[in-house]
Every structure is written in structure tokens, then in C-alpha cells.
Design a protein around this ligand. Structure first.
Ligand code: IPD
Length: 263
């Protein structure tokens, strides 16, 4: 069983350690909303500090593994096979605005394949964990994707391309098609948690374009280990580096993929 495995210990401990400081920093951010300068610099510093803690903890446990991190970029490892893919604060805009919906995301890649993942929301203390072939978990519970089979009953998560990034026009078309068919669409602001919510059966599906590997590495494995499908916009399995993601329970994946891609 994955919970209690050596990797589970290493990854969840690293996440918990970084989370302690993030929780304190998040408290400060709430105060800084009303200051003239705003919390931007403070949040950048919190992001970098969390990444350093994660790196130090993971390196202590697995000294030969490499890293791909949102803030620092790529650091090659001696073993050449394994690397940690890390987002210290996924959902930075939420964090910056004092919205308690963000996560630490850690994926472990072995020879190009994600073999373990953690997504941790430190505010509500939800630790999502998956290990290849061993299932997906939320704290103590095993996860399964939802069993809903009707689009009209589905809640679908998505992400709107940020200001200044391309893709607003196609996104609005995708949104128009999806929202016509489903019970509700959510833009929650943290892609790793969107995927974790699909794994937990809270949402039936999720789609977004232009994501980075650190936003999705852990979440992809969570959905697959919970019995869901994750593909790119052509239905292909190699999602990590393309950045376009459609994830859903097996009954609704094809329908969501068609809605998103067939204009
Ligand atoms: C962002 C979040 C957001 C998604 C963006 C990502 P960040 O990550 O995951 O939900 O819509 O595309 O960039 O920048 O907060 O780490």
C-alpha cells in the first residue's frame, strides 16, 4: 500500500515542513492586502523560501535525484533517472489575494514517467497522494473518480489563461460549448487541486491549456490512480510537457474531450 511507503514518508514530510512556513506567510498576506505596497514581493519571497525547503528536504532523503522547479528551473541529478517536479505554491494568485485555495505540488518522475505525486493544501490540511500502481489517497482514504455518467450532472473545473497570455478566444469557445452541457463550470485557480478534485470525485472533469509540468505532474498521477483518464487535446497519453489537459472519469472523458476540441 502506498500510504506508509518510503516515498510517501519522504514526500509528505517535505510538503508538511514547507507548509508550516507557508501557513504563517499566508496569515501575513491577509494583513498586507490593505497596505499600499501590497503583498507581491512578500509572496515571491514566500514562494522561493518554500521551494528551498522542499529542495533541501527531498535532497536530504534522495541525494542523487534531479529537480525541475517553478522558481529555480532544472537541476540535473547524479543518477540521471529520477527528478522531482515541484511547484511550491500552485495557485499563487489565490495566495496573493488571501484566498485559502492553493497547494504544494510534488511529482516524482522516473525515466520520463511520473511514479509518485503529492498535492497538499496546507490550509485545509488535505494531503492528496498517489503512487504508480498503488492507488490514490486523500489523507487516510482511498480515492475513486466519480461515477456520474451524465454531462448534465457534471461539475467541470477549468483554468482561464492569465492576463497577457494567449488563448482567450479559443478558451471562450471551449467554455461556451462545455457550459451548455454541464451542471456547472468552476475556475478555482489551482490546477494541481483541480486534478486532485477530479481524483476525489468532487468534479467529474477538468480541462486547461498552456499548463507547466509542475502544475500537473502530481495531479495527472492522482487522476489515473483514482481510475480516471488524462489526455492531451488529441487523446494522447503524453500530457506532461504539452500542457493541454483533459481529465475526467472514464464515462465522461470522451464527451468532455469532444466538447473542448470540436468546434
Ligand atoms: C497556475 C494555477 C492556475 C492555472 C495557471 C497556472 P501558479 O499556477 O495552477 O490554476 O490556471 O495556468 O499557471 O502560477 O499559481 O503556480
Amino acid at each position: 500500500m502506498a500510504r506508509g511507503s518510503a516515498l510517501w514518508n519522504v514526500m509528505t514530510e517535505a510538503a508538511r515542513k514547507a507548509a508550516r512556513a507557508l501557513r504563517r506567510d499566508f496569515g501575513e498576506v491577509e494583513q498586507l492586502q490593505v497596505s499600499n505596497k501590497g503583498p507581491s514581493d512578500f509572496v515571491s519571497a514566500a514562494d522561493i523560501k518554500a521551494e528551498k525547503t522542499l529542495r533541501a528536504e527531498l535532497q536530504k532523503a534522495r541525494p542523487r535525484f534531479g529537480f525541475l522547479m517553478e522558481e529555480t528551473g532544472e537541476i540535473a541529478g547524479e543518477d540521471g533517472k529520477h527528478r522531482w517536479i515541484i511547484d511550491p505554491i500552485d495557485g499563487t494568485t489565490n495566495f496573493l489575494h488571501g484566498i485559502p485555495h492553493f497547494a504544494i505540488s510534488i511529482g516524482l518522475e522516473m525515466e520520463g514517467e511520473i511514479i509518485a505525486g503529492v498535492v497538499y493544501n496546507p490550509i485545509v490540511e488535505e494531503m492528496f497522494y498517489a503512487e504508480k500502481g498503488q492507488g490514490a489517497f486523500l489523507n487516510d482514504h482511498r480515492l475513486r473518480v466519480s461515477a456520474r455518467t451524465k454531462m448534465t450532472e457534471a461539475v467541470i473545473a477549468t483554468g482561464i489563461p492569465f492576463h497577457g497570455r494567449p488563448g482567450h478566444e479559443p478558451f471562450l469557445k471551449q467554455l461556451g460549448r462545455v457550459m451548455n452541457e454541464v451542471a456547472g463550470v468552476r475556475r478555482m485557480g489551482t490546477a494541481s487541486l483541480d486534478l486532485a478534485y477530479v481524483a476525489a470525485g468532487r468534479c467529474e472533469g477538468f480541462w486547461e491549456t498552456g499548463l507547466q509540468p509542475w502544475d500537473i505532474a502530481a495531479g495527472i498521477l492522482l487522476v489515473r490512480e483514482a481510475g480516471g483518464f488524462v489526455t492531451d487535446f488529441k487523446g494522447g497519453q503524453d500530457v506532461l510537457h504539452g500542457g493541454n489537459v483533459v481529465a475526467a472519469n472514464p464515462k465522461l472523458h470522451k464527451q468532455l474531450l469532444d466538447l473542448v476540441t470540436k468546434g
